[in-house]
Ligand binder design. Sequence first.
Ligand code: 3H9
Length: 711
Amino acid sequence: MSKVVRTDRQDGIAVVTIDKPPVNAIGQDVFEELMSAFDALQGDSSLQAVVVVAAGRTFIAGADIKLLEQAARGDGGRLDLHPLLEKIENFAKPVVFGLHGTALGGGVELAMSGHYRVSTPDAQMGQPEVNLGIIPGAEGTQRLPRLVGVAAAVDMCVAGKPIKAPEALRLGLIDRIIEGDFLAGTVAFAREMATRSSHLKTSERNDKLGTPEANEQIFAAGREQAAKIRRNMTAPLAVIEAIQAAATLPWEQGLAAERKLADAVLKSPQAQALMHAFFAERGVAKIPDIPKDLPTIEIRKAAIIGAGTMGGGIAMSLVNAGIPVLLKDNDQAALDRGMAAIRKNYDASVKRGRFTPEVVEQRIAMIHPQLGYEGFDQANLILEAVFESMALKKQIFAEIDKIASADCVMASNTSTLDIDEIASATSRPDRVIGLHFFSPANIMRLVEVVRGSKTSKEIVATALALTKKLSKVGVVVGNCWGFVGNRMMFPYIREAQFLVEEGTTPAAVDKALYDFGMAMGIFAVDDMGGIDVLWRVRQERKPLEKPGLRTPLMTDKLYQMGRLGQKTGAGWYRYDENRKSTPDPEIETLIQETARNAGIPQRTITRDEILERCLYAMINEGARILEEGYALRAADIDTIYLSGYGFPGYRGGPMWYADSVGLKKILETIEGFERVHGELWKPAPLLRQLAEQGRTFAQWDAEQEKRFPPQ
Ligand code: 3H9
């Protein structure tokens, strides 16, 4: 009996419906049942045409990534759609695909084997496979350029971004946009097409494949684009090669070339890492003790205290999601500066074509700047975003406690401070939570949702629902210094600074990290965030540091010299008026002098040592965080680093990267560092335990999930 595919008849039209929630992903079941559906229709003389649609919120969103993940591990899961695509393309009657929602990956590839495609006006279509480190491997690299041309195919496959229905129509990916009743319109379209005497097969179309000279330029531009937006990744280059095969080889040979390339990238560590990242990001909202259907508070109105960079960015995120904001600051000048910065950011978005000027005016009108607390009693969310001072934050929370309504969520945007202590200033610590946004908050996707010891489940669930509404990734973390992200950053920054004190340069460290795939080197990050910020965080953390242990020497020096980074034109680097950096010999000399005075011997430091010192310090701290329960899963730590700290997706995040290097090797290296550098390199007990048992962080996650299954 059919489970995921059913066929109905509307006079001479067969309507084949794929119905496999949530996104109709193609697995073996969809493949086999579609094969059977077409077999059953074969030879039916009363048939005029076949319509294929999907039930639910979207047409097929691609092949089942769980299966691909299995195949990538070499553990079965191989899905070969060729017999189905061939059957559809050679079907005796025209086959029309009706697309709605997000038709992606294998979904679009399947649709391209049909003779016609239509869509709803708001449908989107794309080949996002590169986001998973793979290429369209179901003949998409061969059919897409035949329908939309080589340039558009390269762009769609390298960028991996879906296009909207009007663009798809313009390019020739679809043949019509159906207004009104979609199924009725699609069936009517099929009836109309059935009257034609012949129907083009995509594989036989060569009219859009261009000339070798023009194509060469397109491929060169595609490679350049790949180097820019997908640095160090193999799939975008493979996809260009496959499209090149489509443009130069006969159909069958093109298919063979695609198959070879698709197989090679599927088995690559990059694909495994990116598929891990896909599921890790979707797993973060699953909290073992919080049922999925727990009622949440609908945030209809928000109030923010602090109109600085963070407050302004968060206000933009909220109004972008349709939530009006009251934005309070203490003095008019700060408020004016905050509103001017918001306007400037929106103006830049207009220039980039992201918003129209009208939309921007509507958004700005939703932010109400004010000096007092008027209207705060109407807000469902009050969020404090002032600078990192415990005394000030407690004072603010005591004030808002007197005003906030009973159902209000009271949140702090602190990046390091104790959320329980902040909550203790209120009469209702169960309603207090940390919402640690990252700068620029209107752009960065990560929000650490800091669960205090008394925060209620309802407030945690509400915070997660809110982050989803803001199109952000909310990751629940525990209340420890620096939470997860910044706590792991601290040893990373420390080792980078020790390395320059021992004989290398900021530029050499940054190059090693950048080449590894980090979005920026750590010294460039320090300069962007501000040396004063780093200095202040260090002052706050000093009481937690064990006396007698080595600490970095240079932050205090730079701070005292007023070299605060980009904003003062100099920090670790020197900056020109366009904020372009160059290494500064003055700083390099100062580092050497400082090291000499401190008796630190100088030596040559290799790129491998730079990576191991910086990354393994971070991983060791990550293992501690996991063991202490401040992160629920290693995969959550990975998501934090991938969505908030510029860790390269194709390495899967720090904990996945550790697994891929091998925990045994990491432990041995850390033990070696401990012998040379002492106590700071003490291996985390969980790391030792897993390494000695030959296990991985991923296995640890799986075992934890069995022990504490999400409800
Ligand atoms: C491909 O097609 C390869 C072919 O070229 C070659 C084949 C031979 N598979 O994101 P959401 C799950 S590669 C399995 O929260 P949204 C997801 O895990 C594929 N599961 O919803 C989640 O599960 P859970 C190319 C999938 O509304 C649930 O669906 N396609 C798949 O925010 C809801 O997802 C892609 O890369 C899948 N393909 O966004 C598209 N897709 O509830 C990947 C989703 O248990 N998908 N799930 O956590 C997306 O981009 C988004 O999910 C989508 C919906 C835009 C569709």
